[in-house]
Design a protein around this ligand. Structure first.
Ligand code: NAD
Length: 435
């Protein structure tokens, strides 16, 4: 009989390493954090291999009849990273920057995020390469419905539950829910979260991610012995997450000195009128034409001398190239993946306290979980109950991550990865490998 020499399993092998080397590749960014936490946890190499791979990747072509009578074909993705702890959960993004590595990274971040706040979901993400600003309402609806039909086999309250993300909202979720329900021949509210409240959405869901950011920022300020009252804040990205974070931090006494979106950034040392800025965006769809404060560049906003910087736009905005110029004391990552692994090291050296994305913006998925629970139970909670339960989960999760960070003398990001990876890995150990 031929003797089989076992392959060495002491090191974490990265067969994909030669394909993902760029600092700006979000999947590579996710992998480098996973690898570091796995080493500290002394994770079994087999489990590392499982967690390094996405369970399922779906690519669909989406033909859409445009208003001018022409047919356009868009590309969409849905990626399920890990479903060991429960149904896959993750948003749908409509953006020209969408690509498969970004969707894979975002799906994996969802796995870690759900585990950090200990809710019974796995991680998924979806995206369509399109510019929704150039689509009419009818085109957007047809695109959403055809994309939903394309990925319908994975969707379901027990298997894969989408939510809004960049450039998608309650309106889009309502179409996803309706399309799925039409195929199932009955109304299935729990197939998506972030829906309008009238059709099974949860009170407090729209504000949940920003509320979570506010709560963890408050915890971080307290931990560092800083006051919330008068703390200065700069917010990059003024959509759902950025605007609500700014609004709630302002209500808690912080001074929002700078805000910015994809068209412009504004600085006012006396404090931006956040409600006026929100009203402006509601009317004009962006901060274009906003008149308060001095117009500054996106880079100037990131480098502002503030107590708290909230990147709440897209990934890779704080990189090896600009991390040295960051002057904020705290970074609350409202966006997913705003900081690269190279920037992490620089921020650590500078003593910046980073509340990592998988903790900072987990308020959204937490209330999505509440929405899913309410839909399945057919019994709806008051906004106070939603906010109270969210507060409890965010405060406890911040405390758990901080404790682990102190215990292992690592930063908050590494601690958050260690906490979530150990939770996911433990379920894999209990379940075993299905043969
Ligand atoms: P959104 O579409 O509502 O807003 C995005 C904002 O970012 C807009 O103001 C846009 O103008 C701005 N932006 C885009 N490109 C920019 C650039 N280059 N420079 C400056 N600003 C830019 O999206 P959102 O739902 O607020 O999501 C923002 C981030 O938060 C994303 O990373 C998303 O994955 C993450 N996130 C969202 C939720 C949620 O519940 N919506 C939950 C967790 C994480």
């Amino acid at each position: 009989m031929t003797k089989v020499t076992p392959r060495p399993t002491t090191d974490f092998l990265r067969p994909d390493r030669d394909r993902h080397l760029s600092e700006s590749n979000p999947f590579e960014e996710m992998m480098s954090r996973l690898k570091r936490a796995a080493e500290l946890l002394k994770l079994e190499p087999g489990l590392f291999k499982i967690l390094s791979h996405c369970e399922k990747q779906i690519t669909v072509s989406i033909p859409v009849l445009m208003d001018n009578g022409e047919v356009e074909v868009f590309t969409g993705y849905r990626v399920l990273h890990n479903t060991s702890r429960g149904p896959a959960k993750g948003g749908i993004r409509f953006d020209m920057q969408v690509n498969i590595d970004e969707v894979k990274a975002l799906a994996a971040w969802m796995t870690w995020k759900c585990a950090v706040v200990n809710i019974p979901f796995g991680g998924a993400k979806g995206g369509v390469i399109c510019d929704p600003a150039k689509l009419s309402m009818g085109e957007l609806e047809r695109l959403t419905r055809r994309y939903t039909a394309g990925i319908i086999n994975t969707l379901g309250p027990d298997s894969d539950v989408p939510a809004p993300d960049v450039n998608t909202n309650e309106r889009v979720m309502a179409w996803v829910m309706d399309t799925y329900s039409m195929h199932m021949r009955h109304t299935v509210t729990a197939v998506v979260t972030g829906k309008p409240v009238e059709m099974g959405g949860s009170l407090g869901r729209r504000e949940a991610t920003g509320r979570g950011c506010m709560i963890v920022t408050r915890q971080a300020l307290a931990h560092l012995g800083m006051q919330m009252q008068g703390a200065t804040v700069a917010v990059q990205g003024f959509g759902n997450v950025g605007s609500v974070t700014a609004q709630l931090l302002h209500r808690e006494g912080c001074k929002i000195v700078a805000i910015g979106d994809r068209v412009g950034s504004f600085h006012d040392p006396k404090g931006i009128d956040v409600d006026a800025a929100i009203a402006h965006v509601q009317k004009h769809k962006s901060l274009e034409g906003f008149t308060q404060g001095k117009a500054i560049s996106s880079e100037e906003l990131l480098a502002m001398d503030v107590d708290v910087l909230v990147p709440a736009a897209l990934e890779n905005v704080i990189t090896g190239a600009n991390a040295g110029s960051i002057r904020a004391k705290i970074i609350c990552e409202g966006a997913n993946g705003p900081t690269t692994a190279e920037a992490d090291g620089i921020l650590d050296e500078k003593g910046v306290f980073v509340i990592p994305d998988i903790l900072a913006n987990a308020g959204g998925v937490t209330v999505s979980y509440f929405e899913w629970v309410q839909d399945r139970g057919g019994y709806f909670w008051t906004e106070e109950v939603v906010n109270q339960r969210l507060e409890q989960i965010m405060v406890n999760s911040f405390r758990d991550v901080l404790e682990l960070a102190k215990q292992h003398k690592v930063n908050m990001r590494t601690a958050a990865y260690m906490l979530s990876i150990s939770r996911v890995a433990n379920v894999h150990r209990l379940r075993g490998v299905y043969a």
